[in-house]
Design a protein around this ligand. Structure first.
Ligand SMILES: Cc1cc2nc3c(=O)[nH]c(=O)nc-3n(C[C@H](O)[C@H](O)[C@H](O)COP(=O)(O)OP(=O)(O)OC[C@H]3O[C@@H](n4cnc5c(N)ncnc54)[C@H](O)[C@@H]3O)c2cc1C
Length: 393
């Protein structure tokens, strides 16, 4: 059996290893346009490689996979995050689970993962052709018994031109995982401020995400914003990255709870200046900014705030509004929302319905996740699933 894999990224290399283990006599060739395999894995997780997640605390898979959650549920029944953990540990990689549920190699070095995967490919006899860009997939279908496309994401539609002639539906690609530009907003003067649990939402939509939020010199970033950018990736692209951002600096607290918090501070500290007695979750500089935004004087005491002042404070804490005008990349860590539509595939095998022998895995598909190791998990799981599907056939 002759098998071609296009793209030596996370999904392609993982698939190649698992294929060779199941079909040792098959010829497995991997074609990579770049000079080296796994170039992206080298830079994942800031060079530490956040290779999976414990998946704890998710209300549903859709929370982690805004696109492709149903497909991932099926794929995980063959190979999930626990299998990933076992797989890497059985290959001699010790893993550590962080408090934020992200999983890294204990070495904190992505190169350990890269060297492991490339080493296994070599030992098993996978043939790797680097510097070889596949311009068109269609002709390969006649040359090989199976072709696996693992070319990763592309934020531009032209990036899918190599699939022309196959009649595949492509969901227009747009970037996901970005930070928000808030030009002209005075909040930027608070750069470096972190609130551990804020809720960010897009006004007039259902898009909403909670978690740590970081004020930067260009706007807002941090897990809550990256998550929101993922949920709203297509909406924001269609709005040319112009929208109203609403921040609740006390996270999921509703109006009654926020009011109660403020009243209890007020009752406990009537003679203190408002700027000097604050909810503990809100850092002091941000509190001073919110007090000013509520038009409460710096020398005003809690006892003098009055109902109107309190109402304005509640509003400033819960519905702090900003005008998003553009997006920026976060450490160059972005993924593609969109790609090869899942309707093209048999969701059990990841084989193309109209082209038997043609398989897809990884970010090339219309599957993407929030940050936290979920994207690499998708690549390992889909790569594994395709290897099983080809071997079963
Ligand atoms: C800076 C950065 C940091 C990240 N950190 C993390 C993290 O810590 N955890 C996490 O889960 N996710 C992370 N991600 C996302 C994750 O890296 C990707 O989702 C994952 O690598 C996708 O795997 P893949 O195999 O589908 O594609 P890729 O890893 O992108 O591999 C695709 C390969 O195909 C090759 N290729 C493309 N077209 C062709 C062609 N026509 N012919 C031949 N070869 C081709 C490319 O050169 C590339 O090597 C990060 C992404 C970035 C950009």
């Amino acid at each position: 059996m002759d098998i071609a894999i296009i793209g030596a990224g996370a999904a392609g290399c993982f698939c190649a290893i698992e294929l060779k283990r199941r079909l040792p006599s098959a010829s497995v060739e991997v074609f990579e346009s770049g000079p080296r395999p796994l170039a992206k894995v080298v830079i994942t997780g800031g060079g530490r490689c956040n290779l999976t997640n414990s998946f704890e605390g998710l209300s549903s898979l859709k929370e982690a996979y805004p696109r492709g959650d149903k497909l991932m549920r099926r794929v995980f029944s063959t190979f999930n995050h626990e299998d990933t953990w076992r797989w890497f540990e059985s290959e001699g990689v010790d893993l550590v689970l962080q408090e934020d549920r992200c999983v890294f190699p204990a070495s904190q070095d992505a190169m350990q993962i890269v060297n492991l995967l490339t080493g296994r490919m070599r030992q098993l006899g996978v043939v790797l052709h680097t510097g070889t860009k596949i311009g068109r997939v269609a002709p390969l279908l006649d040359e090989y018994d199976a072709v696996v496309v693992t070319t990763g994401g592309s934020p531009k539609a032209e990036g899918f031109g190599f699939l022309d002639g196959l009649g595949l539906e492509i969901v227009p690609p747009v970037p996901s995982l970005f930070t928000f530009n808030l030009p002209g907003s005075p909040v930027r003067e608070l750069m470096g401020t972190v609130v551990e649990n804020a809720t960010a939402s897009i006004a007039g939509t259902k898009f909403k995400a909670s978690g740590p939020l970081l004020v930067t010199h260009w706007g807002m970033s941090g897990p809550a914003i990256l998550k929101l950018s993922s949920y709203a990736a297509r909406f924001l692209s269609e709005a040319s990255y112009h929208a109203t951002l609403l921040v609740n600096w006390l996270g999921e607290k509703d109006e009654t709870e926020v009011r109660k918090t403020l009243e209890s501070i007020s009752n406990g500290n009537p003679q203190k200046l408002v700027v000097n007695a604050r909810p503990e979750e809100i850092p002091s500089r941000l509190w001073t900014y919110l007090v000013a935004k509520s038009r409460i004087r710096e020398d005003s005491r809690w006892a003098e705030t009055g109902q109107k002042g309190l109402n304005r404070l509640v509003e400033a804490i819960m519905n702090d509004s900003y005008s998003i005008q553009g997006q920026s990349r976060f450490k160059e860590e972005f993924v593609t929302c969109g790609g090869v539509a899942l309707s093209n595939l048999d969701s059990r095998t990841l084989e193309c319905k109209n082209h038997p022998g043609l398989y897809f895995a990884g970010e090339v598909l219309d599957v993407d996740a929030i940050t936290g190791g979920f994207n690499l998990q998708a690549a390992w799981s889909m790569g594994y699933r395709v290897a099983v599907s080809i071997a079963e056939k």
